[in-house]
Write a protein that binds this ligand. Structure first.
Ligand code: DAH
Length: 344
């Protein structure tokens, strides 16, 4: 048989080839494309022919090789789909190959829980811009012009100092009071920024939730009752709170809120530095000057405000030892959190 006839015969053989098992596919591959396979042998023979014949036969030889490779892929592919449709190779008892299930970020889980606790008692959720002007971040909140928080060391200024990345969510209080009338009952969760060196205990970006309640006759007792309800809802009925006098420019009086340590229950451990208490937020009665700055009559209305760091609350719930872990995007860390494992 001359070469051209052998090519034609092999083409026909390739087109008709069948294989029902992986072994048969492999046998086909060896018989055609293996070192002593039919296609390979034809190429050996082709190498011996005269140059003109090579020119005419060359493209046909290439097509033959392509056909063999294509047929091999087809036979392999047919095997796969046969397995799916129920061949003996399918093991229905094998463990399922499921996809990777992501989970919410721990900060998102805890933020949602905080929001839930407040919306249950009638608070709305308000948002404000992360790039703020001086009035909303500082001056309407009674920050004197020389207050250290305005310092370049604490605040990321933009546009030559006219604007800044908000240093707290208290700026949203001002926006809500400017644009609405009491009764106001709102919380503002969001990202805030401070120009701090990143360490286990500090980050240049973190999250706060602010709460504001302004109406006629709002008292310090309302604030304390709300704090008690909030901490018990989030951490469990066994926790207690205490308030320590403090200072914030926008509240008078101001207090820092401590909660009995969730690890030792108040007897003293590493987390609470053996004091039995952990600090969870700042709060106070809205300074009358702030109400007036925002167009609310301080003679008629009073209010309280509070602000907490979501990273801190999350740390107390999940015992996260280092703030940096939240934002390193290491899935081995992030995979440990699911909304379902939340303690409440
Ligand atoms: N804005 C304060 C901070 O970032 C937190 C805070 C304290 C908010 C007292 C308040 C408050 O509303 O009343 O440190």
């Amino acid at each position: 048989m001359n070469l051209i006839d052998r090519v034609a015969a092999l083409e026909a053989e390739l087109k008709n080839a069948q294989a029902r098992t992986a072994d048969e596919v492999e046998r086909f591959r060896v018989a055609m494309l293996g070192r002593n396979g039919a296609v390979t042998e034809l190429f050996d023979a082709f190498r011996q022919v005269a140059p003109e014949e090579k020119r005419t036969l060359g493209p046909r030889m290439n097509q033959l090789k392509q056909l063999a490779q294509q047929r091999l892929e087809e036979l392999k592919g047919a095997l796969g789909s046969e397995a799916e449709s129920g061949s003996d190779d399918l093991d229905l008892s094998a463990p399922a190959r499921t996809g990777h299930m992501g989970s919410l970020h721990p900060i998102t889980i805890v933020r949602q829980r905080i929001v839930d606790v407040f919306t249950r008692i009638g608070y709305t959720v308000s948002q404000g811009p992360e790039v703020e002007d001086d009035r909303h971040n500082f001056s309407a909140l009674n920050f004197p012009p020389d207050h250290p928080a305005r310092d370049m060391q604490d605040t990321f200024f933009v546009q030559g100092g006219d604007l800044a990345l908000r240093t707290h969510t208290s700026s949203v209080q001002v926006r809500v009071m400017e644009s609405g009338k009491p009764a106001i009952r709102t919380i503002s969760p969001g990202r805030v920024y401070r120009n701090e060196a990143i360490s286990a205990r500090a980050h240049c970006m973190f999250h706060q939730v602010e709460a504001l309640y302004v109406d006629e006759g709002v008292s310090f007792a309302d604030l304390k009752g709300t704090l008690d309800y909030f901490t018990k809802s989030l951490f469990g009925p066994e926790v207690s709170i205490r308030m320590r006098p403090s200072y914030f420019p926008f509240t008078e009086p101001s207090a820092e809120v401590d909660m009995s340590c969730t690890v030792c229950g108040g007897t003293g451990c590493n987390l609470c530095k053996h004091s039995g208490w952990v600090e969870i937020m700042g709060c106070g009665m809205v300074d009358p000057a702030v109400l007036a700055n925002c167009g609310i009559d301080p003679e008629r209305y009073s209010g309280f405000a509070l602000g907490m760091g979501v990273e801190r609350i999350t740390q107390l719930i999940y015992r996260v030892p280092d703030l940096r872990m939240y934002w390193e995007n290491d899935v081995r860390f992030l995979d440990q959190f699911t909304a379902g494992t939340f303690r409440s």
